[in-house]
Write a new protein. Structure first.
Length: 228
């Protein structure tokens, strides 16, 4: 049965109406698309600017970290050449330990980490009390004395002898030598403790270096009568 002319026109009108609605919706969606695309472009531009700023800041931050590291090295050298009885020594040695901790935190936050050596320190008071400072770190270029100074946060008493380039340590962590006992420094090497024939200033630090300070008696040749 053929559709009537009225039904045909009705269908056409409905299709036209649907077409108009679809076109209107398409225009609306296209406008929204254009707006979103424009916002996207703006966000991409802002992101690119932010990324450039981040890279510039990151470069400045890393350069500052390098300066920080060099300053620490200079400060360590300066402190190592001071007598421990001077006020400057006390202030600088305490600051050195704090600055070293801060530097490592900043270097870690930067994502590149700090160039450090793993070191260990033992303090043996000769009365059964032993204190380990394990899994600690040192800056390449430090010597045994500076490492001890930093790990003990400046709590070392010593006299500096520039003609020998060494400190004579008389007290560690508030415990001083006596007429019958002295502080001796040791290195752990080849699976055993070896008495250092030089001062701690002459001990070269490498990754894994282990040092000990012992308070004990000594013989006529001033050799220690104990082992850590």
């Amino acid at each position: 049965m053929m559709p009537t002319k009225g039904a045909f026109y009705g269908t056409v009108v409905l299709l036209v109406a649907l077409l108009i609605v679809s076109s209107t919706a398409a225009v609306v969606y296209y406008g929204q698309y254009q707006q979103a695309s424009s916002q996207n472009q703006r966000y991409v531009g802002e992101l690119s600017t932010a990324l450039s700023s981040y890279r510039a800041l990151s470069g400045s931050f890393n350069a500052s970290l390098d300066d920080y590291s060099q300053t620490l090295s200079l400060l360590a050298t300066a402190v190592a050449n001071l007598n421990t009885s001077t006020p400057a020594y006390h202030d600088a040695s305490t600051a050195l330990a704090t600055l070293w901790s801060s530097y490592q935190e900043l270097a870690s936050a930067s994502g590149r980490g700090a160039l450090v050596y793993g070191v260990h320190l033992l303090v043996d008071f000769g009365n059964g009390t032993r204190r380990w400072y394990n899994d600690s770190t040192a800056q390449p270029g430090w010597n045994g004395y500076v490492v001890s100074l930093v790990l003990l946060r400046g709590n070392i008493q010593a006299a500096w002898y520039p003609q020998y380039g060494e400190h004579f340590v008389t007290g560690v962590e508030g415990v001083s030598q006596s007429a019958s006992e002295s502080w001796f420094v040791w290195e752990f090497s080849g699976g055993s403790w070896v008495y250092a024939q030089t001062g701690a200033d002459q001990i070269r630090i490498s990754n894994g270096t282990t040092i000990a300070w012992t308070l004990c008696g000594y013989d006529a040749s001033y050799n220690p009568t104990c082992v850590p």
